[in-house]
Design a binder for this molecule. Structure first.
Ligand code: GLC
Ligand code: CA
Length: 536
């Protein structure tokens, strides 16, 4: 079942920031429709679009109040149906984003629960004496409802109450949502924080702590995913689960063909190598030794088990990779291309997040008033309460906030970066005059053209799509290298993650350069150089 995805690449759209068709400053479905030819030009097969369902937008659509209707801010059902059909005509398929761990507190189920209807109280997780847990967005994970005399669990914002998957009725409701969108012609699904759906038994007896840490890969999670996939008949479609703080063993199960669960998983360990002592809200340069260790463990482990990984640096929850692991000033192009190659030539399915293909950077906001994300705003307060100065707290946000990845897509150097004719909902980085689609279409050496090339190479070379993977020793912590092998074909990929010339030992670089970001091969790796060498 996985075979058909192996040569494909996925493009992720954050709808609110992709393209605004009506000048209200908010991206929308008709905006996506107008850019389908652009997406097609990248060579991708699937498009994951973040939630555009009815929502009060407390978490930008990850708080759904009606799973079967389109939020009017993004368009109509008719627009949505046209979008699906038009992508289909271009040979691409949409993956819709199912937020099933929680609903909005404005969902009718939750409203009925709050009104005291016992049937719906059991759709959520209400407790009399809950343990003291903190939520992932900061603050308590429980909210007390005086009229019921109970508190409900919200692993995220209080406006995102967690669903009770142990209730078979809840599982049936959610299956119906999947069937609904499947019938509309959607080709796959992304499932939001899916490994948090099964909560531990006997919640009230658990100690205090971080709620998220208690609620991951829970007792019935595999059973529930298998049931969902089986009863909705999506086993042949492309499906990806977002798995938070998970383990290799769990992800092998989630994505192994024998388990009949998902095509692949997102996991995030590689995006925590710049968290000091595991804390996101700190500043630390990436630990490259750890980055290599994580990738080699997961790539080789998944490969051995026949399971499949989703490959990515960026999404709407992450800062921009060129600002994070590259050098957006001195080696902008070089580092963006190196990072892209590293991901695209690994074993798994690569995801390109809108604007990543342009080398879009972090936002460089310098005032708290520029931030919009609930998580950033909460943690700013938390840091300030702890005595962190305004200057330092803003510095942390400038590097860590999710808003860095959510600034509008930079289409051209005109008004609103070509994203909107009006006033954009979120600030646009000043560099849009230089970093944008139009400029990069005219530059033969652009990051955009390089991404297109990577997507094409995956379709052309079996060794990229399906080869085995093994990490190599380079004798240098700043240079990470791996090989892919398939039959007699061998691809060696060497990546310099530093801004200096670096020496590499013990790697055979004979062969043909398939792609690279400098010309020729040399004894030293240049700053952020990547070399992919094909040996047959
Ligand atoms: C996922 C989404 C994120 C959202 C969270 C809660 O991590 O990607 O944007 O805030 O789930 O739904
Ligand atoms: Ca709009």
């Amino acid at each position: 079942m996985q075979d058909k995805f192996k040569s494909s690449t996925v493009y992720q759209i954050y709808i609110k920031s992709f393209c605004d068709s009506n000048g209200d400053g908010i991206g929308d479905i008709n905006g996506i429709r107008s850019k389908l030819p652009y997406i097609k030009s990248l060579g991708v097969k699937y498009i994951w679009v973040t939630p555009f369902f009815c929502s009060p937008m407390a978490d930008n659509g990850y708080d759904v109040s009606d799973y079967r209707n389109v939020n009017p801010m993004f368009g109509t059902m008719e627009d949505c149906e046209k979008m699906i059909a038009e992508a289909d005509a271009l040979g691409m398929g949409f993956m819709f984003d199912m937020v099933f761990n929680h609903t909005s507190d404005e969902h009718e189920w939750f409203k009925k629960a709050l009104a005291g209807d016992p049937e719906y109280i059991d759709y959520y997780i209400f407790r009399d004496n809950p343990p003291e847990w903190t939520s992932i967005f900061g603050g308590s994970a429980w909210k007390f409802v005086p009229s019921l005399g109970k508190s409900y669990l919200h692993l995220f914002d209080p406006k995102q109450p967690d669903l009770n998957w142990d209730n078979p009725k809840v599982r049936e409701e959610l299956k119906d949502v999947v069937r609904f969108w499947k019938a509309k012609g959607v080709k796959g699904f992304r499932f939001d924080v899916l490994n948090r759906i099964s909560k531990p038994a006997d919640l009230e007896s658990l100690p205090s702590g971080n709620g998220g840490a208690f609620c991951k890969d829970g007792p019935h999670v595999h059973e529930y995913i298998q049931e969902l996939v089986r009863d909705t008949g999506i086993g042949d479609m492309i499906t990806v689960g977002e798995m938070a703080s998970t383990t290799l063993e769990q992800c092998i199960r989630y994505s192994s063909p024998e388990s009949h669960e998902l095509s692949m998983c997102f996991n995030f360990h590689h995006l925590k190598v710049d968290y000091k002592d595991g804390d996101k809200w700190t500043l630390m340069p990436p630990d490259l030794k750890e980055l290599r260790r994580i990738f080699s463990e997961w790539q080789e482990g998944m490969s051995k088990a026949g399971s499949w990984q989703a490959l990515f640096w960026c999404n709407h929850d992450q800062p921009r990779v060129v600002s994070r692991f590259g050098d957006e000033v001195k080696y902008w192009k070089e580092s963006a291309k190196m990072l892209a190659t590293f991901i695209h030539f690994l074993r798994g399915t690569p995801y390109i997040y809108q604007g990543e293909e342009l080398g879009m950077t972090n936002a460089h906001f310098n005032s708290i008033s520029q931030y919009q994300d609930v998580e950033a705003l909460n943690y700013y307060e938390i840091m300030r309460d702890k005595g962190v100065s305004e200057f330092d707290a803003l510095k942390v946000l400038a590097s860590k906030s999710r808003d860095n990845g959510r600034t509008p897509m930079q289409w051209n150097s005109g008004h609103g970066a070509g994203f909107t004719d009006g006033e954009s909902w979120l600030g646009i980085p000043m560099n849009y005059t230089r970093i944008n689609v139009e400029t990069e279409e005219h530059d033969p050496d652009s990051i955009l053209k390089y991404y297109r090339h990577l997507v094409k190479l995956r379709k052309e070379y079996r060794v990229i799509a399906d080869g085995d993977v093994k990490f190599l020793d380079t004798g240098n912590d700043n240079v990470i290298a791996y090989e892919r092998t398939s039959g007699t074909e061998r691809l060696v990929v060497i990546c310099n993650f530093s801004g200096n010339d670096e020496k590499v030992t013990g790697i055979d670089i004979k062969g043909r350069v398939l792609i690279g970001n400098y010309s020729g091969t040399h004894r030293m790796m240049k700053p952020y150089e990547v070399l992919a060498i094909l040996q047959a």
